[in-house]
Design a protein around this ligand. Sequence first.
Ligand code: ADP
Length: 477
Amino acid sequence: MRKPKVLFAASEVYPFAKTGGLADVGYSLPKALSDDFDVTVVMPLYLTVDRRKFAIEGPTDYFDVMLGSERRTVSVYESRYEGRHYLFVYEPQLCDRDYLYGAPGEGYDDNAQRFGLFSYAVTELARRMQSDIVHLNDWQTALAALIIAEDETIRARTVYTIHNLAYQGDFPKGALTELGIDKRHFTLEGVEFYDRVNLMKAGIGFADAVTTVSPTYAEEILTHRFGCGLEGYLEKHRTRLSGIANGIDTEHFSPQTDESLLRPYKTPRGKLSNKKRYLAEAGLEDAGLPLFIFIGRFTWQKGIDILLEALPQMALMPCNIAILGEGEPQYHPRFEAVAAAHPNVHLFFGYDEGVAHRMYAAADFLLMPSLFEPCGLNQMIAAHYGAVPIVHAVGGLADTVAPIARLQESPAPCGIPFDDATPEALMAAVETALELHHDTKAWSRAATHNMNADVSWGQSAAAYAALYRKISGGAVK
Ligand code: ADP
């Protein structure tokens, strides 16, 4: 029997292009689904994608799409990276840029056109490939849900996954004509949002199923606090909305086989040699002290302001702190000021997978004070590497990190969740962490539990497979 065909469309996919967790999902979810489905992943062929390294060939196909009144020619490239099928869409306006979406903290002015074009290309590919399911992700591909719903010649069912409701693809209303969206959709029920065009609404309103990346976030986004203005619209479409927590790719993130590490390891004991090596690399001293790490985008969502307020006080404690990230420029000098005053604080500005992996291996604790977190991957990666996550208990962080007191009964990793998004609550959690670290046995029990906890894609992939079957009404077996 033929496997059902899934076209998985995302604006970034690891290892070709990545700015955040979406890229990780674009790599690992299709991989986890590939036993049961014939999955093709499609993304833009940005200038920054290394065609040679990933054996990307082509063009293997061309077609035209209409972007409003403009005809655009799209070329298609392909790769069989790690035995899976990847398609890359090339069109100069979409792809020939220094950044994927714009300089840090900014977006290119023509992003509506760029990703509108990508959405039309995805739709055309779904038609040509006769996909059974088109799985769309975030605002960059949301328009495809509307186009497919309107086009009777495409039989595919659509799933739309919200990875972060804060980024909605909100544009001036001129985008309507530029993207050739029928004016009758410029209503409250359609893509209109305060007299502007909101592409996220096309995904929520027109996909056959809408998911977000954790059960708690699926509930939270129905509230004023987390709904980013779309809570009412989401409430209206609630029956099609569900939450499926992400997993991590436990082959890629494996302390046992990780090539970035000095000594891969199987138990928390093996962390010490990695910690020593990392401390030397970072110019930090004393492997006996607990090492706290933060890895992530410097943006308000990640709780950077809380972290920055707590850092000077934290740095006075007996510990080391290492921070890896990049993002909004205003944060960089603030971090630098703390590091200049405290030799036990190390900064690494930039994006570096190798450094990130070595930090996970070295860390005793991960700091994740996010104000909101659709799912978050760092906490699962850190746990899998035997660190204990300290998290603000929201969204996916609440779903994937149980309090240490519940270690016995929890299949999820355990850590130190805190309830209030304040520097004081973070500091209280850090103090708990210091006590835990002092109690070597308790720390090692927690670290061992975390290394053995199931954070793989297994259960989540099964949930997506069930959803695909449900919306296809039995057409997908
Ligand atoms: P986001 O909101 O950015 O998608 P997630 O926690 O879902 O956050 O995913 C973040 C991913 O990006 C993780 O794989 C994390 O290790 C990685 N990451 C984030 N910042 C950096 C960085 N500066 N260098 C290396 N990896 C990073």
